[in-house]
Design a protein around this ligand. Structure first.
Ligand SMILES: [Zn+2]
Length: 322
């Protein structure tokens, strides 16, 4: 199988009541960890590249790593997606350079300007067999170069979604229902604390999601900022010299609930970073004399694989759906 678009993936996910994981990739170990898990569990998967990832690793390296993963995992559909494209030129560069899906995120612009830029990208993408994700509403938090301060986020307005999809022709829509980018998705004063002192975030706005679904029957919805920030990794970081107090994510059971509805793509990035960092910190702490990168990257890669396998089975529900 070669790289695919998300069209078939999303149709099956919508009808089957599950979601496909979109995991951010930045290097070989991350690509391998994700695709080994998806391959063993016979799950479709989306590998996504941000502007920051392209700046870090170089477009060609990332495309070739993903192509290697496709060769190594011939039984599962894999899509290569641009995460948060912010200009037509960036989207065009990825479309011309082998991606099968791009996101144009013009959500910080006016409704009219968002429509105009998204439409421009859709026309070029569709002419080249590539699909487009767009966004309405803005998430709080930080993801590479996308920074929205707390208090400046805004939920998607369901009354806008039909006109937006109609006028742009986009293939999927990212909406804002209270997820957030980064490992600190909520401030302590936005949360309550459980008996163990761990922050409990405010629930996602399922009322907004359901209103969007009603207005866009059959249309794939995307959730960004959907890491759950597993406390086992936060603890591992903090126990081995790190300082990440009050890191908090989206509870997995809420994501599972969204995956059963029209949410067909769930984005996960911070959990990959946490799995790697926690395990590398632990390794260095326990083996202060080791200096071969293979020694500490091996458990980091394994941790990514185990974390992704957990998401596929218990959050996304995409195992066995390849
Ligand atoms: Zn995002």
């Amino acid at each position: 199988m070669s790289l695919v678009t998300t069209t078939e993936m999303f149709k099956k996910a919508y009808d089957g009541g599950y979601a496909v994981g979109a995991f951010n990739v930045n290097n070989m170990e991350i690509v391998q960890g994700i695709t080994e898990a998806a391959g063993e569990l016979k799950s479709p998967v989306i590998l996504q590249v941000s502007k920051g990832a392209r700046a870090y690793a170089n477009h060609t390296y990332l495309v070739k790593l993903v192509e290697a993963a496709v060769i190594e995992n011939p039984e599962i559909p894999i899509a290569l997606h641009l995460d948060h494209g912010d200009t037509f030129e960036l989207c065009k560069s990825c479309i011309d350079g082998g991606f099968t899906s791009v996101m144009i995120d013009a959500s910080s612009k006016s409704f009219e300007d968002n429509i105009a830029l998204t439409k421009q990208v859709v026309e070029y993408a569709h002419a080249n067999g590539v699909v487009v994700e767009a966004e309405l509403g803005t998430l709080a938090g930080i993801e590479d170069e996308v920074v929205v301060e707390a208090g400046h986020e805004s939920y998607t307005r369901p009354e806008e979604v039909e006109e937006f999809v109609d006028k742009t022709g986009c293939d999927s829509l990212a909406i804002a229902i209270g997820t957030s980018h980064g490992a600190y998705k909520f401030t302590p004063d936005q949360c309550t604390r459980n008996a163990d002192g761990i922050l409990v975030p405010p629930p996602l706005r399922f009322d907004v999601l359901e209103e969007c679904i009603k207005r866009l029957p059959g249309f794939p919805i995307v959730l960004h900022g959907s890491s759950s920030v597993p406390q086992e990794f936060v603890k591992m970081v903090n126990e081995h010299g790190g300082q990440m107090p009050d890191a908090v994510g989206i509870p997995e059971e809420q994501l599972r609930q969204a995956a059963k509805l029209a949410v067909c793509k769930i984005n996960i990035d911070s959990d990959i970073r946490l799995a790697m960092t926690g395990n590398i910190r632990k390794y260095f702490d326990e083996h202060p004399d080791h200096f071969d990168p293979r020694q500490y990257l091996k458990p980091a890669r394994q941790a990514v694989k185990d974390m992704v396998a957990h998401k596929i089975k218990y959050v996304l529900g995409s195992d066995g759906k390849a």
